[in-house]
Design a protein around this ligand. Structure first.
Ligand SMILES: [Zn+2]
Length: 155
């Protein structure tokens, strides 16, 4: 079906380090007996999150299977079969980009990491470069020299 620009997804933008390109959809709309219609397919997108092992950006490929039943009310949603999640139409409008953004947000891992044994993922190596420790890092920088100085005094 084509792409939806990720840059327009502000809620998703707040949850990740960087968004790259488009979300790609392969969705199929079909009739369904118990709702207005069903949507099945996959959403694919690439985002960057901070790897919790090395604290560097890690690119994640998201591939999310979707199975939705289009409904107009909560009551209709309750009648959906178990394999369909409700997609509630708001004022007879259904904004596809909102749906895709919701699905991507739900699919983000709680703890992001590089794939196992990735060469760029070296735990501990870049700890002092992480943004959060810039201020406190300044006082830490002197410490190795202080230690050296005190060793020299002892001799
Ligand atoms: Zn890593």
């Amino acid at each position: 079906m084509g792409g939806i620009p990720l840059a327009a997804m502000h809620r998703l933008g707040e949850a990740v380090l960087a968004l790259d390109g488009d979300a790609f959809l392969t969705l199929r709309f079909d009739r369904h007996d118990s709702c207005l219609g069903q949507v099945r397919g996959t959403i694919e997108a690439r985002v960057q999150m901070r790897c919790q092992r090395c604290l560097q950006p890690a690119e994640l490929e998201l591939r999310i299977p979707v199975a939705l039943g289009i409904v107009r009310s909560e009551a209709e949603a309750e009648r959906l079969p178990g394999d369909l999640d409700p997609l509630l139409l708001d004022d007879d409008r259904c904004r596809l980009s909102d749906l895709v953004e919701d699905e991507l947000l739900l699919a983000l891992p709680v703890v992001a990491m590089h794939v196992k044994d990735a060469p760029e993922c070296l735990p501990g190596k870049t700890e002092f470069k992480s943004e959060g420790s810039i201020d406190s890092g300044k006082s830490d920088v002197k410490r190795p020299f202080d230690v050296l100085a005190s060793l020299k005094k002892d001799h």
